[in-house]
Write a protein that binds this ligand. Structure first.
Ligand code: GLA
Length: 369
């Protein structure tokens, strides 16, 4: 095989936010928006990358010249190649063209889509035989090392393992996962995009990780067997972390411990068709993310407040890392168009910004097309 085209999607996450790097549960699904990469072998060792949407190119002489680029889009590609090259030998260079319709900065994992498309495509083209789980880990490591975000595994996992019309409950401690159909008959998933991505998003993300680790250290004083917040309970938290002496760490841990529990309960609601109960938990997650974890922002809060008393919105919350991006809303079919019109008007009045929306369909994860 000399050339291959692969598609890897962005993702939504129904519930379980900021739980992945705490060994908790997440409930993501792959969506219709995806990165598409075409890779073909070359006769020499060179690597030619093209970002079709940006009309930009980068040429590297050989694997020896792989290092961080000033072009951020190229770093996602280089980061993945570096990971693969640690264990596998590229027989030749290659040309790689990429385009994507995953909106950037919307919290839909546009970077994971690129990383996964590249990892999946190179693995297929060169026949490395890397399994899907390792591809996801390599893509995650690329994000750590080349984008500087110490992300969890959710985004790359969803982009690779997604299945049409299914959500997947992933246990980030064991990587065990379970698919089930998203049965929300009579409702649609609507994303409202704030159109903002506050600059502190990635630095604050890494700070949250550190705060959670600080919490684990405090818990270990009494409970040395605790490895991550997944192993902790609210009672342990109350015993070990003083909310007055350590208010920030206390709040972060409280949110995560509650969210891990809530995600499991919410999954049961969904499976049992208890949509109302599920939706209430989405609102509770938003409150936790806003008040305790403090990763929301005024734009996201405006969007959630605006739908919170609307009978046609079963549940809503900010989605992804935070500090901008989208809210995810489960909306009564009949009310979708009116809601979009009302919320768009409201958002414009409150923030002066235009609101974008996306109607989600759940699709397969990475595959050759
Ligand atoms: C980003 C990260 C994920 C996850 C979410 C928050 O999308 O890439 O690993 O931590 O934020 O749930």
């Amino acid at each position: 095989m000399q050339s291959i085209t692969v598609k890897a999607p962005g993702r939504i996450n129904l519930i379980g936010e900021h739980t992945d790097y705490n060994n908790g549960f997440v409930l993501p699904a792959a969506i219709q928006n995806a990165a598409v990469v075409t890779i073909s072998k070359r006769a020499d060792d060179q690597m030619h990358f093209k970002a079709l949407d940006l009309n930009e190119e980068l040429m590297l002489d050989s694997l020896a010249s792989l290092q961080k680029s000033e072009k951020q889009w190229a770093n996602y590609i280089i980061g993945v190649i570096v990971q693969i090259a640690k264990k596998h030998k590229f027989q030749t260079g290659f040309n790689l063209e990429i385009k994507s319709d995953v909106p950037i900065g919307a919290g839909l994992s546009s970077s994971a889509a690129i990383e996964c498309a590249v990892a999946y495509g190179l693995n297929e083209l060169f026949g490395f035989g890397i399994n899907k789980m390792d591809l996801a880990f390599m893509a995650q490591k690329a994000e750590h090392d080349f984008a500087g975000v110490q992300c969890g595994i959710m985004d790359q996992f969803a982009s690779i393992f997604g299945l049409k019309d299914q959500v997947v409950l992933l246990d980030c401690k064991t990587m065990e996962h379970q698919y089930f159909p998203l049965n929300i008959k009579g409702h649609q998933i609507v994303l409202f995009d704030t159109g903002v991505k506050h600059a502190l998003a990635s630095s604050e993300y890494n700070t949250r990780r550190n705060e959670c680790e600080a919490g684990v250290k405090l818990l270990q004083v009494k409970y040395p067997e605790i490895v991550s917040l997944r192993d902790a309970t609210i009672n342990m938290l109350e015993e070990c972390i003083d909310a007055t002496a350590n208010p920030v760490v206390y709040k972060r841990c409280k949110y995560v411990i509650e969210e891990i529990e809530r995600t499991q309960a919410a999954t049961e609601d969904l499976k049992a068709n208890q949509l109302f109960a599920f939706g209430q938990k989405m609102f509770a997650t938003h409150n936790g993310l806003s008040e305790l974890y403090e990763v929301s922002c005024p734009e996201l809060d405006i969007l959630i407040t605006a739908v919170s008393n609307d009978q046609n919105v079963i549940g809503a919350r900010m989605m992804g890392g935070g500090f901008g991006g989208c809210t995810i809303n489960i909306v009564n079919d009949n009310a979708v168009q009116d809601l979009i019109a009302t919320i768009s008007r409201h958002y414009q009045e409150q923030t002066g910004k235009a609101l974008t929306h996306y109607l989600v369909s759940i699709e397969d994860g990475a595959k050759v097309i």
